[in-house]
Design a protein around this ligand. Structure first.
Ligand SMILES: Cc1ncc(COP(=O)(O)O)c(C=O)c1O
Length: 352
């Protein structure tokens, strides 16, 4: 038999990324920063009872969903691209604005898919580290790193996994320093943080903002993201996107989800209260942690990190060991008060 096909050089060089998505059902899932309860019951009811056979036979059509989502987010339809999760938004951004060999700046540690799609596009990846100790946003270091060859800067705000945020004045400095680069502000955790750069798409032609239905909305399985930017950028991005990449069910479900604002706001309020309570308990247990602006908290378990994650897993509680990027750190998703009580009870039992 002939040799297997040879992949592109960029694919050969990429590090594989395979998050631990198997065997999570039935466990307390504090490992992916999802909504730990589920989506709005209205969304689930709609999908169960209101989707007609005929609708499933037709290629998706996004006109109405897009109009409603644009209204919901306060943008013009031409300023919005629906995507198959934020992940596709990042990929489309790369495919639209970055040639192989051009530079993309990412922060370290941050959301793994930034490096993934940058490397896949054959970009030259330049990495800036979050400040040691505080894990604060390294603004001066980033501003110094921007060159005329920088085509994209990918920022998660608040950042996963550190939980730290960058303020709007600092975002403005980045936008002004990089007029030739697409500056992505990934607002996956916006609902828990509350500050947004979205209105600035009218002011800065290099600003791109993303939002997702995977986190506070509890619809990670549906895969729906939104990319916002100047209408001219969105027109190019639309050209670089497959015409049917967003599932019709996701587009239909999103319309129901945005109609049930109370569900998301009460879930967010519950998580924020549970986060405060959890942080108080971590202080009581003398477990060091980083203050977070999102629905997760990064704990410092030092040499215990691997052991704690394994023991929690054995007790039915899933968390994420981030030691490969922040030695000794474990990230836990914040869910309901009841779920946090269970986590704290297990930590109290297992932490030595
Ligand atoms: C910063 C950030 N952006 C995006 C995502 C994924 O979003 P989506 O499910 O919309 O692809 C995550 C998921 O963990 C994330 O942490």
């Amino acid at each position: 038999m002939d040799d297997a096909l040879q992949p592109r050089e960029a694919v050969k060089r990429m590090a594989p990324y395979s998050p631990p998505t198997a065997g999570r059902e039935g466990k307390l899932r504090l490992d992916f920063n999802e909504n730990t309860v589920g989506c709005s019951p209205k969304v689930a009811d709609f999908l169960r009872t209101r989707v007609a056979r005929e609708q499933l036979a037709i290629y998706p059509e996004y006109v109405e969903a897009k109009a409603e989502l644009a209204r919901h987010f306060g943008v013009r339809e031409e300023e919005l691209l629906l995507t198959n999760g934020t992940d596709e938004a990042i990929q489309v951004l790369m495919n639209t604005f970055v040639n192989a060999g051009e530079e993309v700046i990412i922060l370290q540690p941050s959301y793994a898919m930034y490096r993934f799609y940058s490397e896949l596009a054959g970009a030259r990846v330049s990495t800036i580290s979050y400040r040691s100790e505080s894990l604060a946003f390294p603004l001066e270091e980033l501003l110094r790193a921007i060159t005329s060859n920088t085509r994209a800067i990918l920022i998660s705000n608040p950042n996963n996994p550190t939980g730290t945020a960058i303020g709007l004045p600092e975002i403005e400095l980045v936008l002004q320093a990089a007029p030739l680069a697409a500056v992505l502000i990934d607002e996956a955790y916006f609902e828990f943080y509350g500050a947004t750069a979205l209105p600035w798409i009218a002011r800065y032609a290099n600003l791109v903002v993303s939002r997702t239905f995977s986190k506070a909305y509890g619809m990670a399985a549906m895969r729906l993201g939104c990319l916002f930017s100047d209408a001219r950028n969105i027109a190019f991005a639309h050209k670089a996107q497959s015409p049917y990449s967003v599932n019709m069910l996701a587009a239909l479900a999103a319309r129901v989800a945005i109609g049930d604002r109370d569900y998301v706001s009460s879930y967010v309020a519950e998580v924020l209260a549970a986060r405060d309570w959890l942080c108080g308990e971590l202080d009581r247990l003398r477990i060091p942690f980083y203050p977070s602006a999102a629905n997760f908290v990064l704990l410092r378990a030092d040499e215990q990190a691997g052991k704690i994650c394994k023991r929690l897993r054995a007790a039915g509680v899933l968390v994420r060991d981030r030691s490969h990027e922040l030695p000794g750190c474990v990230r836990v998703t914040v869910g309901t008060s009841e779920q946090m009580q269970r986590l704290v009870a297990e930590l109290e039992r297992l932490w030595t």
